[in-house]
Write a protein that binds this ligand. Structure first.
Ligand code: PGA
Length: 250
């Protein structure tokens, strides 16, 4: 039985004060032990959020990292620095990083290895664009992202990681993949993982769905066999909506 994960990706929103207000509401508003809950504040608010959540059931993720540990890399944040600030997870390869910051499957691979080396759990984002879906290339795109993005990892590393299937056309658009489309993609991902890393890793790996998840659709998506949680953008900025999504796991 895979424990479900509900992760909030706050993207470039929330000042430090706003971030603290939101996590306080989440922490006191929903004591949930059956589900792993993660929030991913912007780097500026991460240390304060992590400090507040030190003894909470809610964990903290960074939104990106650079693969070197230290060095002259202006503007970058490494795994050791993010751990020091209180992160336990890190989102890697989000489609917005791929689209606006030149992230590729190769850089994603280096970042995953850097995260794992420092025991930061990677939340690895993959997913197809609308053009790719319309061209019938979903399986092919996911296969390339998995083969190249996860190259060189061990079975144990995969079993302990998290993958987020986020169809690019569903992110921030209000369009959600239908439950059937989402489940189908998750099954493809689990099959690809089985082929590359074996049954055990594939059975343990948590695969989250992301893309316009909201209280109105979370229950149905989260009830599907291969959907082990959600990576939530817009709806995670609102405590009431995020709590409803967390509660829809049970
Ligand atoms: P959304 O974002 O829920 O606003 O579509 C999801 C994500 O980008 O992770």
């Amino acid at each position: 039985m895979r424990t479900k994960i509900i992760a909030g990706n706050w993207k470039m929103y929330k000042t430090i004060a706003e971030a603290l207000e939101l996590v306080k509401t989440l922490h006191y508003g929903c004591q949930c032990n059956a589900t792993e809950v993660i929030v991913s504040p912007p780097a500026t608010a991460l240390p304060k959020v992590a400090e507040f959540l030190k003894d909470s059931y809610i964990k903290v993720a960074a939104q990106d990292l650079f693969w070197e540990d230290f060095g002259a890399y202006t503007g970058a944040l490494s795994a050791p620095l993010l751990k020091d600030a209180g992160a336990e997870y890190v989102i890697i390869g989000h489609s917005e990083r791929r689209q606006y910051f030149g992230e590729t499957n190769e850089t994603v691979n280096k970042k995953i290895k850097a995260a794992l080396k420092h025991t930061l759990i990677p939340i690895i984002c993959i997913g197809e664009t609308l053009t790719e879906r319309e061209a019938g290339q979903v399986g092919e795109v996911l296969a390339t992202q998995i083969t190249n993005g996860l190259a060189g990892l061990t079975e144990k590393e995969i079993a302990d990681s998290v993958v987020a299937y986020e169809p690019v056309w569903a992110i921030g658009t209000g369009k959600t993949a239908s439950p059937a489309e989402a489940e189908e993609a998750h099954v493809i991902i689990r099959q690809l993982i089985t082929k590359q890393f074996g049954n055990d890793a594939a059975n343990k790996l948590r695969i989250l769905y992301g893309g316009s998840v909201k209280p109105a659709n979370s229950k149905e998506l989260l009830s599907l066999e291969n959907i082990d949680g959600a990576l939530v953008g817009g709806a995670s900025l609102n405590a009431k909506d995020f709590i409803e999504i967390i509660k829809s796991c049970t």
